[in-house]
Design a protein around this ligand. Structure first.
Ligand code: AMP
Ligand code: GLY
Length: 435
């Protein structure tokens, strides 16, 4: 295999973790990250290009003789980065990890993904879909559902477009706000109303070239800002991998009932798909149901997944991009990994940036993935709501978390906050099983 020049799009903790893994490959010539962050600047060359600035991305691909583009976030995929690169004679031979616009609809449109699952018999919550001309019909549909009511803006809403409401009257008000008052802008012009799934959430990750697939480690993230899964939703306050309650039997059900029908469904629908599939799942009494698809890796799930991959990730991605994934296998570590996210006080609402980060040189037992940092003359500074993950190995999740919390206590920036209870639900679910 020739040594490759790789361009990784994105600038969060997920991209730092992917960059960290790619940079260990003997097959790597030079890694570029656009725009990257303080952490990725130590592993490759950061390019000051926005992740959806397609003309500049294309120029960078040509200028740096890029062989492979790895797309971190969803926005460039939904906007059509694949088509932009593939349809240009100067870049048509560059391999890309990430689906085209049609495949990206699995994430970009809730109604598209619900229709896809229904068409291909993939287990998911029952639903109805309504636009602004159907408010009365939507309310009628709500009457027939049991509370809690799940209302979703159809389009991309940065993880904020889902409302779970206990009371019918409030659900009606929320529906009016979405359909009539455009609370979520164009993303909420169509609303999906779903049956509530009662269970424990986790995610499965798959790499596919549209014909074959490889299962990546399962993971679980913690979305709420507050201890005990309370308060506002965030991009993710931490993650663990593997998920202790996702045993072999459960993962076999995921493979047979969801992963294979998803890949076959894409094929039947004539949608070429090359990239990651992130399957958000609810475990309802041992049976998996799809909550959502994403067409990229999760953040901060990736921070706990990458350290568990023992194989050469670049080789896997190169084969995937060339539709040769049937020739690849993956080796995954038996160890558990946990990532604790350190965030700026105030996040996910207003917070201040530019705070000096101290203690990084004291870290001995964990990996640090930067989510929102910049490197200044005086050291690393915060530049986002989510700032760093402290990622550790352990023989089980509990031990991995303990190491992360021990190392987190060595780090400091003004108003630093993290959840100190990650894994609390696993202990509860163990007790349930033992009871
Ligand atoms: P989504 O953006 O579709 O992933 O939804 C965001 C979050 O809302 C999920 O991570 C779940 O915690 C919750 N959620 C979404 N759909 C359902 C459902 N049908 N039943 C229960 N919880 C749900
Ligand atoms: N951690 C959830 C996501 O990446 O969407």
């Amino acid at each position: 295999m020739k040594k490759l020049n790789v361009l990784l799009l994105g600038g969060g903790g997920r991209e730092h973790a992917i960059a960290w893994k790619l940079s260990q490959s003997e097959n790597l010539n030079q890694l570029y990250i656009a725009p990257g962050n303080g952490g990725t600047s130590q592993l490759g060359i950061n390019l000051i290009i926005g992740e959806t600035n397609f003309p500049e991305i294309k120029n960078a691909v040509i200028e740096n003789d890029i062989d492979l583009i790895v797309v971190g976030p969803e926005a460039p995929l939904v906007k059509g980065i694949r088509e932009y690169i593939e349809c240009d004679i100067e870049t048509e031979n560059v391999r890309i990890i990430g689906p085209g616009r049609a495949g990206a609809q699995l994430e970009g449109s809730k109604s598209f993904s619900k229709e896809f699952m229904t068409r291909h018999g993939i287990p998911t919550a029952k639903y109805g879909k309504f636009d602004a001309s159907e408010v009365a019909k939507a309310k009628e549909f709500l009457y027939q559902m049991e509370p809690p009511y799940v209302l979703k803006a159809d389009g991309l809403a940065g993880g904020k477009g889902v409302l779970i409401i206990d009371n019918l009257k409030e659900a009606h008000i929320a529906l009016d706000e979405m359909l009539t008052a455009n609370k979520f802008g164009t993303a909420g012009e169509t609303v999906v109303i779903e049956e509530f799934l009662d269970g424990i959430e986790l995610s499965a990750f798959v790499l596919t070239d549209g014909k074959s697939h490889i299962n990546l480690p399962s993971a679980k993230d913690y979305k709420r800002i507050g201890v005990g899964d309370t308060g506002l939703n965030t991009g993710g306050m931490g993650s663990i991998s593997p998920v202790p309650f996702a045993d072999e039997e459960f993962l076999k059900k995921v493979e047979e009932r969801i992963t294979i029908p998803t890949i076959n469904g894409l094929k039947k629908d004539g949608i070429a798909y090359n990239g990651f599939v992130f399957i958000g799942l609810m475990n309802v009494n041992g049976d998996p149901f799809v909550i959502e698809y994403n067409v990229r890796m999760g953040d901060p799930e990736t921070e706990s997944i990458m350290p568990r991959i023992e194989s050469d990730l670049l080789e896997l991605l190169w084969k995937c991009g060339g539709e040769e994934l049937n020739q690849a296998t993956i080796k995954i570590s038996e160890s558990s990994v946990a990532s604790v996210m350190l965030v700026s006080g105030g996040y996910p609402e207003a917070y201040t940036k530019g705070k000096h980060i101290s203690g990084l040189d004291q870290i001995q037992h964990s990996l640090i993935f930067h989510a929102g940092t910049t490197l200044s003359e005086t050291g690393y500074e915060t530049s986002g709501g989510r700032v760093l993950t402290v990622t550790s190995f352990g023989s089980d999740i509990d031990q991995a978390l303990r190491t992360s919390y021990g190392e987190a206590s060595k780090l400091y920036f003004e108003n630093m906050y993290f959840r100190n209870d990650l894994g609390f639900d696993l202990i509860k679910s163990n007790q349930k099983e033992e009871a």
